[in-house]
Design a protein around this ligand. Structure first.
Ligand code: HEM
Length: 388
């Protein structure tokens, strides 16, 4: 599953084909915020970012948006959200060993029901995709042009010579994993980054100046600009250090071993606390301060050695090793460019006079306890929205 995800599904070659989708969804998101800005209305930033990442993921996985109505993609999103919310609830059976086989609060039953409904709707979507692939093959003699991730998975499933044999169940499971792992994580990272910048106006100004000087005000910032925006990259790294969307990484010892003087028996569950490592004063100066500059070299370029891809053990927002997050590249593309366009296009006001600060209270799994709500003010006129 892992190898397949990385090489086939989330590798750069496939991701590059989805660049227009990312751009269109970013534009729709900005247009929606522009509408609110013109009406002087507040935006539930968390809700809108989740909508953005949900739409992105359903378009990439099955070529459908999920926010317009409760059609197939909307239902997929609904059931997966339900499963995710139920799995996050405090389950007594996880804490009291003699209850472990009992479903005291009925969560197990509700997860099973939601999973059943998810399976049913996914089977319908898979059938529609297979039908479309068959028709395309009949008409043009070729059926394997990449449309979405489901197409890639179905092609592998049909290929008897494929290195990895996939069943329909595997396909449903992979779509579910990718969708669940890729939506809230990216949205939460962008929400925290914006909250930090609102509370640090000097950093917001610096990021804006960088974008204005490298991109200008006549066009929207694009993915290819990110390489020229080291301060923005540093903001995202600093956000991932302080607010990792996956705060605990889980591993199981495959054999008995000794780590740091402690004997660890085989099959022991180990939780690596990424959140605490990111705030450890042994590794970070003034660890609780939001300070993107720590990721920059003296000349203002980005410090490439202090990377987020699992090579530096003091910074592990995407995990490390064989199970490192396979969506890292996609996540960085989405988070960096969407955040950059939010900074470029709008000022974000909170509080009565628009100059208030944002509370930084953490909720479960290091998400925000309270959704970020602010009033956007468009700062580019004319607004350079690309309506392609
Ligand atoms: C800022 C956004 C994201 C963060 C912080 C994040 C973080 C993580 C972390 C910490 C893990 C566990 C790694 C480990 O155990 O070593 C993980 C696993 C995973 N992530 Fe992400 N992720 C993000 C976005 C995405 C995206 C966009 C996708 C897919 C489109 C994705 C797909 C996955 C999958 C499939 C796994 C499970 C891999 C496995 O179990 O082998 N993630 N992610």
């Amino acid at each position: 599953m892992k190898k397949l995800c990385i090489t086939e599904l989330l590798g750069m070659q496939t991701l590059n084909q989805f660049a227009p989708i990312r751009q269109q969804e970013r534009n729709q998101f900005l247009q929606m915020i522009l509408k609110k800005a013109k009406a002087g209305e507040a935006v539930d930033v968390q809700g809108e970012l989740i909508r953005l990442t949900n739409n992105l993921m359903t378009r990439i996985t099955m070529s459908k948006r999920c926010s317009e109505n409760e059609d197939d993609a909307g239902e997929v999103r609904k059931y997966l959200q339900e499963i995710r919310q139920l799995s996050r609830k405090f389950n007594l059976a996880d804490y009291i060993w003699f209850c472990k086989n009992l479903d005291l609060q009925g969560f197990g039953k509700r997860v099973k029901e939601a999973r059943k409904k998810f399976d049913k709707i996914m089977e319908k979507i898979m059938k529609d995709h297979e039908e479309a692939r068959r028709k395309k093959k009949e008409m043009s003699g070729e059926g394997d042009a990449v449309k979405d991730l489901l197409d890639i998975l179905l092609a592998i499933m049909e290929d008897e010579k494929a290195e990895m044999r996939l069943t329909g169940e595997n396909v449903k499971g992979i779509i579910m994993d990718i969708f669940s792992a890729g939506t809230d994580t990216s949205a939460s990272t962008m929400e925290w980054a914006l909250a930090e910048l609102i509370n640090h106006p000097n950093m917001m100004d610096k990021a804006r100046q960088e974008i204005d000087s490298m991109v200008g005000k006549d066009r929207l910032v694009e993915e290819f600009d990110i390489v020229n925006l080291p301060y923005l990259q540093a903001i995202v790294k600093e956000t991932l250090r302080l607010h990792p969307a996956g705060p605990l990484i889980v591993r199981e010892s495959s054999k008995e071993c000794t780590v740091g003087g402690y004997d660890v028996p085989a099959k022991t569950l180990v939780f690596v606390n990424v959140w605490a490592i990111g705030r450890d004063p042994n590794h970070w100066e003034n660890p609780l301060e939001f300070s993107p500059g720590r990721f920059l070299n003296e000349d203002g370029s980005i410090n490439k050695h202090l990377d987020v891809r699992g090579q530096r053990f003091k910074l592990l927002p995407f995990g490390s090793g064989r199970r490192v997050c396979p969506g890292t590249s996609l996540a960085l593309q989405v988070v960096q460019t969407s955040l950059a366009s939010m900074i470029q296009c709008f000022e974000w006001k909170v509080g009565d006079k628009g100059s208030g600060t944002v509370d930084m209270e953490e909720g479960p799994a290091s998400g925000r306890a309270n959704p970020l709500v602010c009033v956007p003010v468009a700062r580019l006129n004319p607004f350079p929205i690309d309506t392609r």
